[in-house]
Design a binder for this molecule. Structure first.
Ligand SMILES: [Zn+2]
Length: 180
């Protein structure tokens, strides 16, 4: 430190961000999932470039522009597909890809749930480089296995991110501070 700096050394505090980039974008993905109307499974995702700039985001929802009041949110499998949400819902990753303003080549996808095989096809075809996911509650299902196979065969890396409970508490405290 030079002389002037030494005089004011109380101000030279070492500061650190509360979140790293992985945590930051996963929180963004969680926020996107919060917007989903699906009463059972809310999924959100964010795509970022090599410089950690957000490119696009998405959450699961009905086909854009459709009259939602005429569609079912239920998932009762005994009903025909026409009367289940599965007939009409677009997944978070698909929505993000559809609404992306630019190329997703070599991007990273932060997503709250490990992608299904249909989204894996879109992610691989978009040349996404890495998938960072939070939950993997469908592990072992056929769709999940196919998705992994697609990622392995296209050299897309994937890894699970664990959010520490303290980090979530910290964020909750921050939310309270921002809204009091
Ligand atoms: Zn999907």
């Amino acid at each position: 430190m030079d002389k002037n700096t030494t005089d004011y050394k109380e101000n030279y505090i070492q500061a650190k961000s509360a979140v790293n980039w992985d945590e930051y974008f996963m929180f963004q993905a969680i926020m996107a999932s919060f917007k989903s109307k699906d009463p059972a499974t809310k999924v959100g995702c964010v795509f970022v470039d090599q410089n950690n700039h957000q490119i696009t985001f998405g959450y699961n929802g009905f086909v854009a522009g459709i009259d939602e009041s005429k569609l079912p949110w239920g998932k009762l499998k005994t009903a025909p597909l026409e009367h289940q949400k599965y007939g009409y819902v677009v997944h978070a990753e698909a929505n993000a890809i559809l609404h992306s303003p630019g190329s997703l080549k070599e991007s990273k996808c932060y997503v709250t749930l490990f992608p299904c095989h249909e989204c894996a096809k879109l992610l691989a075809s978009s040349k996404v480089q890495e998938i960072i996911y939070l939950q993997d509650k469908h592990q072992g299902t056929e769709s999940n296995t196919i998705a992994r196979k697609i990622f392995d065969l296209t050299n897309i890396k994937y890894r699970q991110l664990k959010l520490a409970p303290e980090k979530i508490e910290q964020l909750t405290d921050h939310f309270k501070l921002m809204t009091e």
